[in-house]
Design a binder for this molecule. Structure first.
Ligand SMILES: [Zn+2]
Length: 399
């Protein structure tokens, strides 16, 4: 028996202040089940009391703030085994709860927890819940980021139910639910959106974290990029990523994963310095640790720490459904270029490959500009794949 109520609202099964905007500083969870079952909830097990009437009460305690949809019941015929992780904040206890019949499968597949923690601590900072530990709990549904007690139902196989969401093959060497839901401990659980409208903070960073994991696993930045770029095929651009605040509107429940992840990948290119980018990700975590925050706070933090004017970039990708298009042409022996499909004043730099010159960073605006270096042909001209934009060759600059 299990619970999962993100989006729907936790008040469907327990009375609470059902809002993103506030979190209790701690949470007691006491669940009574038949003696034959074990209940696993969030935090640490405080007591287990046999009531003498065929039921047992499991009392769990979460020592840190928790958003209401993360509070969970998992009751079943669980087996338990332990692990440890030596991390940035000391020794972290790992508790694993597969169903008894899946113990061997879990011991094999769930070994991915340690490398997940190592990768994400490196990129995002210390795991946020050393006091409450880390748990992985088998559930009858695919998965959910239940704080310090991640729900797992991916069938003890790699990929997303055995498939690769990116279509590149890069998603088949790791377990999607361990990596994606694990990333939510940082993005969603420690840093929680203060309104459903900013759910993109949870899912964009979790999607982005998948490519960071590929980079950790392979030691190859290009492999990670290939993965996140591959997930673009799932972007719909039917609704803006960000919702309307104040009315329980999550925005695009699809695009806040793949488009949001690609937006972050694009911002990494704009920052152009991986150590600085890592510092920004870790800085977001340390600055807003265990807090509820708005999208605007995330955007302005990244802009300030990077020193880049990113407001128009965030506006474009989070609040419109239009993807910038780079128009280019050969104009009397020179390259001419501009942005279209963007708001006025959009002037994001872009990396292009120019025949005979290699990679060149341009700074297009919405007006046509001409490059001063003579150019004979546009054959072989391309926009760097890491930029989530489209491009179109024109015969000549024009409106
Ligand atoms: Zn997620």
């Amino acid at each position: 028996m299990a619970t999962a109520n993100e989006g729907l609202g936790a008040s469907v099964w327990w009375p609470n202040k059902d809002t993103f905007a506030d979190e209790p500083d701690s949470q007691r969870v006491a669940i009574t089940v038949p003696d034959s079952m074990v209940n696993v909830s969030n935090g640490r097990l405080r007591s287990r009391v046999r009531n003498g009437d065929g039921t047992t009460t499991y009392e769990w305690f979460v020592h840190e703030p928790i958003n209401n949809y993360n509070v969970a019941v998992n009751a079943g015929s669980y087996e338990r085994y332990f692990g440890v992780y030596q991390g940035e904040a000391g020794t972290l206890s790992l508790d694993f709860y597969p169903l008894r019949i899946h113990l061997a499968d879990a011991r094999r597949q769930w070994a991915q927890v340690n490398p997940m923690l190592a990768c994400f601590e490196k990129w995002f900072g210390p795991y946020p819940w050393y006091r409450d530990g880390f748990k992985l709990v088998e559930t009858p549904y695919l998965g959910m980021e239940h704080q310090s007690a991640i729900a797992y139902g991916n069938g003890f196989q790699n990929g997303y139910l055995g498939r690769d969401l990116s279509g590149t093959g890069r998603g088949l060497s790791w377990d999607f639910i361990i990596i994606h839901e694990g990333a939510h401990e940082w993005w969603g659980n420690s840093l929680t959106a203060s309104d459903a409208a900013y759910m993109w903070i949870h899912e964009s960073f979790a999607n982005y974290a998948e490519n960071i994991y590929v980079e950790c696993e392979t030691g190859d930045k290009k492999a990670g990029a290939e993965y996140v770029i591959g997930t673009r095929r799932l972007v719909q651009n039917d609704r803006p990523v960000e919702g309307t605040p104040g009315v329980n509107d999550e925005g695009s429940g699809n695009d806040h994963y793949y488009k949001g992840g690609n937006l972050l990948h694009l911002v990494r290119q704009l920052v152009g310095d991986d150590e600085k980018w890592k510092g920004i990700l870790r800085g977001l975590q340390s600055t807003f640790r265990h807090q509820t925050i708005s999208g605007a706070q995330v955007e302005s933090y990244i802009a300030r720490e990077s020193g880049l004017a990113l407001n128009k970039v965030f506006d474009q990708y989070l609040r419109t459904t239009k993807i910038p298009e780079l128009e280019y042409a050969l104009d009397r022996g020179n390259l001419a270029y501009r942005w279209t499909n963007v708001a006025d004043g959009f002037d994001m730099p872009v990396l292009v490959n120019i025949p005979g010159r290699g990679a060149v960073r341009l700074r297009p605006t919405t007006d046509w500009q001409r490059d001063s270096t003579p150019l004979a042909t546009l054959d072989g001209f391309s926009v760097d794949d890491n930029w989530y934009v489209t491009s179109k060759q024109r015969t000549r600059p024009g409106r």
